[in-house]
Design a protein around this ligand. Structure first.
Ligand code: ADP
Ligand code: MG
Length: 460
């Protein structure tokens, strides 16, 4: 069977993309599917245009079955897919609509800045961040592959490379690993690692001292410019403008730019459109939270690095307790190591559990009741007061129950206390709510994700 009518294959592909978009992460979707198009369909074989050989290899390896399944659901006569490299300039009009799932309302700036690490060398690269000690799992596989690709074709493969994901998931490590790798390859490559905060401060300083020219000249001399935490450009109009010029100067000369952010370009508030489209114009890759196996691998590798003999049981306990932040995983390992050295013996599981409880409640205590309510109502897009109302409307009941559950689980709030906070509700009502969410949280994947996102927002 041959479909000659181009509209048929376009329509077919659009339908398949709708399904694919729901099943892959935003970054994966943009990276791999945005610039694809069915070229033609002949004898049950789809000829699919992909932008380059890297994309071809990756899509074939990762998504072939998956794409075929989506296509066959629409047209069962399709048997296979052939990928054709077809480099087309990015056609922004054809981009699929972007779904913004969750807008963070709190200002992450304060909590994150303390993590900015600087190494006082000319390039500011910390030699401990290398590929060799970077564990790869499905949570960061795409970002890692993209990073490696950049080291092989600096300035020519993916420019800019935009890595994004939550706090403590290895963005800075990965960014600096690229820098260190390039440095190893060629000592003469001019490399600079900096943070957006530092970039901004230098820019302000240059304004004050009338040295803007030097400021810009300094930045455009690099072959590789790495800027961490670019989300802090949000709302900084003047710095954005300056950065735009630096970006263009480097980009036009095929100099590599690598950026990281805690969220996708689309979700950075008040980011100039021209910058956003540039950020999205190269390669975007996300890092998500490590799955259990990766957490075990990371812990084992870090323990080994530190010559710390940890039992399988201990590793399992830590990997099951700390789920969404590699920095915390490492931090807790350090606490255990210090304690074990102090006592000059290994720790029992009970001791490890005690230490965990002591250290983990600390960070949560900083969160206030009002912040919890605000975060949850923002998340569910209802008004804060709705949470407290007597209404039994479904759209208010769930957020209310989730709030109670979080207060109970994460803050050890007593049932009567929580009841009182919610306008004098009986403690059995609170108990019922907590039990219900507890149960649903095990079976309902959507609820599970929602609660995870709320917690991320509260505690990160
Ligand atoms: P982010 O910049 O995303 O906040 P970092 O790069 O600072 O996160 O990572 C936090 C800590 O976790 C660092 O010490 C880093 O070395 C470690 N880390 C993160 N990802 C990995 C990984 N995949 N393998 C090994 N260590 C990792
Ligand atoms: Mg970082």
């Amino acid at each position: 069977m041959e479909t000659e009518n181009i509209f048929d294959v376009d329509k077919l592909w659009r339908k398949a993309l709708v399904e694919i978009e729901l099943l892959v992460s935003r970054a994966n979707f943009v990276t791999w599917f945005q610039n694809t198009k069915i070229n033609y369909l002949k004898d049950g074989v789809i000829f699919l245009n992909v932008p380059n050989s890297f994309a071809k290899e990756w899509i074939q390896k990762k998504y072939d079955k998956f794409i075929l399944k989506s296509l066959r659901r629409i047209d069962p006569s399709i048997r296979s897919i052939d990928y054709i490299i077809h480099s087309n300039p990015i056609d922004t009009e054809r981009r699929a609509p972007i779904k913004q799932v969750f807008k963070k309302t709190e200002d992450t700036q304060d909590t994150q800045l303390e993590f900015t690490e600087f190494y006082e060398t000319k390039d500011s690269l910390n030699p401990k961040y290398v590929f060799d000690n970077f564990i790869i799992g499905s949570f960061n596989e795409l970002a890692h592959a993209a990073a490696i690709a950049v080291t092989k074709k600096l300035g020519l493969a993916y420019n800019p490379l935009f890595i994004y994901g939550g706090v403590g998931l290895g963005k800075t490590h990965l960014l600096q690993a690229i820098g260190n790798e390039i440095k190893k390859q060629n000592q003469n490559t001019r490399i600079k690692y900096t943070t957006t905060e530092r970039f901004t401060n230098e820019y302000i300083q240059s304004l004050k001292t009338n040295r803007m020219y030097e400021f810009k000249n300094n930045y455009i001399q690099y072959d590789l410019l790495i800027i961490d935490d670019i989300q802090f450009l949000a709302k900084k109009t003047k710095t954005q403008e300056e950065f735009f010029h630096v970006f263009n100067a480097l980009y036009e000369n095929n100099k590599q730019i690598i950026l990281s952010s805690d969220r996708s370009p689309k979700s950075i508030p008040d980011l100039e459109e021209r910058l956003r489209s540039r950020f999205e114009g190269g390669m975007m890759a996300d890092v998500s939270e490590p799955e259990y196996e990766s957490r075990v691998a990371i812990l084992s590798s870090k323990a080994q690095e530190k010559n710390f003999d940890l039992s399988k049981e201990a590793i399992d306990y830590i990997a099951s307790s700390i789920k969404n932040n590699i920095r915390e995983l490492e931090g807790f390992l350090n606490i255990l190591l210090a304690q074990s050295r102090l006592l000059n013996r290994s720790l029992s599981i009970n001791e490890i559990e005690d230490l965990f409880k002591k250290t983990s409640t600390k960070s949560k205590k900083k969160v206030t009741f009002n912040q919890i309510i605000k975060t949850i109502s923002d998340f569910y897009e209802i008004k804060e007061q709705n949470i407290f109302e007597k209404s039994r409307k479904k759209e208010f009941v769930l957020p209310r129950q989730v709030a109670m559950y979080i207060l109970r689980k994460d803050f050890n709030g007593s049932y009567p206390y929580i009841g009182q906070k919610f306008g004098g509700k009986d403690h059995t009502t609170v108990m019922h709510a907590c039990e219900k969410i507890s149960k649903d949280n095990k079976n309902d994947q959507k609820l599970k994700n929602d609660i995870q996102m709320i917690r991320d927002c509260l505690y990160k």
